[in-house]
Each structure stands twice: as structure tokens, then as C-alpha cells.
Design a protein around this ligand. Structure first.
Ligand code: NAP
Length: 293
């Protein structure tokens, strides 16, 4: 068997194109959607993620307010900036790139963002809305995974979805989304306390890896015919690559392709969807602000 590769890059491009049309309509009606992107410090991975987000904003016609704070910036400086952005009606979404330097309390920063501008979907109000099925902002990566499954025609109804990883930004919200009535999957969450991980992953019709360790999911852990979604992004040394490293997922990709029916590659799988769903959320925030005017 050779798995169908799900082209996250192409699906993300079609999401961005839908967003771009809606942005054009909003602009014609007098609203310029705008996202404030806040980066503290110069962690290379964060700098690269932020550059990707800003490129996407330009592509869909949204305004981008960039704020770069030095790594020495205090928590108060960051909270003051967020308060100013909360109060600024021309800013519809606020994104603070994580992780933050150690001296800044991430939870306090997330809590400071006005929930109506919480386009990352990390604020406890957004999380609560997700838990009780109320409209709000869905976190971008889990939402992107759902869109990929839908676009690839992978049925979730009645499927056993196994998620490896229980982080607040990927594993937990994805489990909640897949267990909602509209997806109707039966969900199992695995983590470092899980006994005999392979015996559980082998039961998955849909296997989602959100671990952050290269090749932790091997081909023998996959049920023949399963759909495999690889959220992991890991840098591995590669002296033949220009930058000295390359990106791989959590799944041992080539052997997994011989067992799975569908699989996402890394890169060009889930990653582009995260940015596309951020554009989607910023559009939602802008539309809601325009309606409220
Ligand atoms: P995280 O907060 O580090 O969580 C990792 C999870 O994996 C934890 O729940 C951990 O269990 C579990 N885990 C670690 N080793 C395990 C093992 N050997 N067996 C079973 N479970 C194990 O990571 P995250 O933020 O969710 O990110 C996960 C990966 O996705 C990373 O590579 C990250 O870069 C990537 N990511 C990609 C995107 C994207 O847009 N493509 C977005 C976000 C994240 P415990 O809870 O027991 O520690």
C-alpha cells in the first residue's frame, strides 16, 4: 500500500484564498482587518514563524502591526502593550508569539488579551467556549487538522481517533473537537504515562501525532489503512542541508506510507494550515467587530 499524501500546502492556499475574498468585501464595506503580531526576543524558530504569519497577512490583504520587544522586555511592558492593543479599535486580533522568555508568565499574558481579539484561541474563555460548544475562536492547529481531514474526505463519524500528546495548544483541544457531535469520533489521548503506546495507536482509524520527537511513531504502530496526521515539527541535523538541519515530523514517514491510507508530510502538512486558520480567525474577529459597530 502507498498512502495518499495530504497536501496541506494546497489546502491552506485554498483557505487563504477564501479569506482573501472575504477580506476584500470587508474592506469595500469600510473595515480593514488588522492583526497585531507581538514577538519578544529573537528565538530563530519564533522569528521564522512570525515571518510566515506576516507573509500570509500580506497575501490575504490584512494589515499587519508588528511589535518587536527585546528579550529583556519586562512582563509589565508586554502587558501594557497588550492593554493598548485591546483598547485600539483598529486592531482586530492580537497574537503573542510563544514561547515567551522565562521571566514572563505566559498564562498571565494570555489572560490579558481581550477574548474578542484572541485569534490564537488560547484564552481560557476561548477554551471554555470550545468545551461547551459555544461559538468562539478555535485554536489554529487543531482546527487546521479538522479542515485537512475534511478536505481529504476522511470520515470522522464513528472513527477511533488516537491522539499522541495532550498539550493545551494541540492534543487537548483536538480531542475536544474530534469528540464533538459534528465530528463524532471516539477519542483516545496518549501521553508519557500511557502503557504500551503501540497497542493503542494500532487501534486508531485516525492517528494524530503531536509529540515533538522525531520518528516516535513507527510503521509497526500504525493500523493498516489508517489516516495519519503528523503535527510534529522537529529539527534534525543534516550536513547536506543549507541551514545544517532539516524538519521532520513525529512519524517515521517513508515506512509509514507503506501502511497508512492517508498521511500528512512534514513540512507542507499541518504547518501551513496553522497559519491559514490564523487568517480565518482574524477575519472572524474583524467581521464580528464590523457587525458590532
Ligand atoms: P508539548 O507541549 O511538548 O507536548 C508534547 C506531548 O507529547 C505531551 O503531552 C507529552 O506527554 C507527549 N509525549 C512526549 N513524548 C511522548 C512519548 N514518548 N510517548 C507518548 N507521549 C509523549 O508539544 P506541543 O506544543 O503539543 O507540540 C507537539 C509537536 O507539534 C511539536 O513538534 C511542535 O513543534 C509541533 N507543533 C506544530 C504545529 C504546526 O503548526 N505544525 C503547531 C504546534 C505544535 P506528557 O504530557 O506526559 O509530557
Amino acid at each position: 500500500m502507498s498512502a495518499t499524501i495530504i497536501d496541506g500546502f494546497a489546502v491552506a492556499a485554498s483557505v487563504r484564498s477564501r479569506v482573501a475574498s472575504a477580506v476584500a468585501n470587508l474592506k469595500a464595506a469600510g473595515t480593514q482587518p488588522c492583526l497585531a503580531v507581538v514577538l519578544v526576543g529573537d528565538d530563530p524558530a519564533s522569528v521564522s514563524y512570525v515571518a510566515g504569519k506576516e507573509k500570509a497577512l500580506a497575501e490575504v490583504g490584512m494589515a499587519d502591526r508588528s511589535y518587536r520587544l527585546p528579550v529583556t522586555a519586562s512582563e509589565k511592558e508586554l502587558l501594557d502593550l497588550i492593554a493598548a492593543l485591546n483598547a485600539d479599535a483598529s486592531v482586530h486580533g492580537i497574537l503573542v508569539q510563544l514561547p515567551l522568555p522565562r521571566h514572563i508568565d505566559e498564562a498571565r499574558v494570555i489572560l490579558a488579551i481581550d477574548p474578542s481579539k484572541d485569534v490564537d484561541g488560547f484564552h481560557p474563555i476561548s477554551v471554555g467556549n470550545l468545551v461547551i460548544d459555544r461559538p468562539g475562536f478555535l485554536p489554529c492547529t487543531p482546527h487546521g487538522v479538522l479542515v485537512l481531514l475534511r478536505e481529504a474526505g476522511i470520515a470522522t463519524n464513528g472513527a477511533h481517533a488516537v491522539i499522541v500528546g495532550r498539550s493545551n495548544i494541540v492534543g487537548k483541544p483536538l480531542a475536544l473537537l474530534l469528540a464533538r457531535k459534528d465530528c463524532n469520533a471516539t477519542v483516545t489521548i496518549c501521553h508519557t504515562g500511557t502503557r504500551d503506546l503501540a497497542s493503542i495507536t494500532r487501534q486508531a482509524d485516525i492517528l494524530i501525532a503531536a509529540v515533538g520527537k522525531p520518528r516516535v511513531i513507527t510503521a509497526d504502530m500504525i493500523k493498516p489503512g489508517a489516516a495519519v496526521i503528523d503535527v510534529g515539527v522537529n529539527r534534525v541535523e543534516d550536513s547536506t542541508a543549507k541551514k545544517g538541519f532539516r524538519l521532520v515530523g513525529d512519524v517515521d514517514f517513508v515506512p509509514a506510507c507503506e501502511v497508512a491510507s492517508y498521511i500528512t508530510p512534514v513540512p507542507r502538512g499541518v504547518g501551513p494550515m496553522t497559519i491559514a486558520m490564523l487568517m480565518h480567525n482574524t477575519l472572524l474577529a474583524s467581521e464580528r467587530a464590523a457587525e458590532a459597530r
